[in-house]
Write a protein that binds this ligand. Structure first.
Ligand code: DQA
Length: 148
């Protein structure tokens, strides 16, 4: 099965961006580890990062064309602003897990509302890059049970 890992704005700066909040690992390192995990789980993982709202929306729409079975998304700041991204995910109706590296509930009040969480299959926050791995594990389990 195909799974899309989608990361939003400024996550290309992981490693140097506020490392006390977001960790010291780069996105490339995280994606490499996820690729290895995906191979073990017999999942074809596509990784995509965009700083632009339209880039994320195009990737979500393309996922439907590509028969992607599941999306793991860290929408970054667009979590808190983008009705358009919510609409795209609702339109393609591909199940998704929302991941945040930091515990958004322990930060500024404007980070505590998400336009996506209520239509997500699940949300993982505050566990750092491990959150992506846990999400992929949950996706693999979901795909196994939906195939049998
Ligand atoms: C984030 C949290 C968002 O509030 C923030 O805008 C980000 C990253 C996280 O992974 O913790 O860019 O999604």
């Amino acid at each position: 099965s195909k799974v899309l890992l989608l990361n939003g704005p400024n996550l290309n700066l992981l490693g140097s961006r506020e490392p006390d909040i977001y960790g010291a690992e780069t996105l490339a390192t995280i994606e490499r580890r996820l690729q290895a995990q995906a191979t073990e789980l017999d999942i074809e993982l596509q990784c995509c990062q965009s700083n632009a709202e339209h880039g994320l929306i195009d990737a979500v729409q393309q996922a439907a064309q590509d028969q992607v079975a599941f999306i793991i998304i860290n929408p970054a700041a667009y979590t808190h602003t983008s009705i358009a991204l919510r609409d795209a995910l609702a339109a393609v109706a591909i199940p998704f897990i929302e991941v945040h590296l930091s515990n958004v509930h322990a930060r500024e009040p404007f980070r505590q509302h998400s336009y996506l969480s209520d239509i997500a299959q699940g949300v993982i926050v505050g566990l750092g890059a491990q959150g992506y791995s846990l999400a992929l594990q949950a996706v693999a389990r979901h795909l196994q049970t939906s195939q049998t």
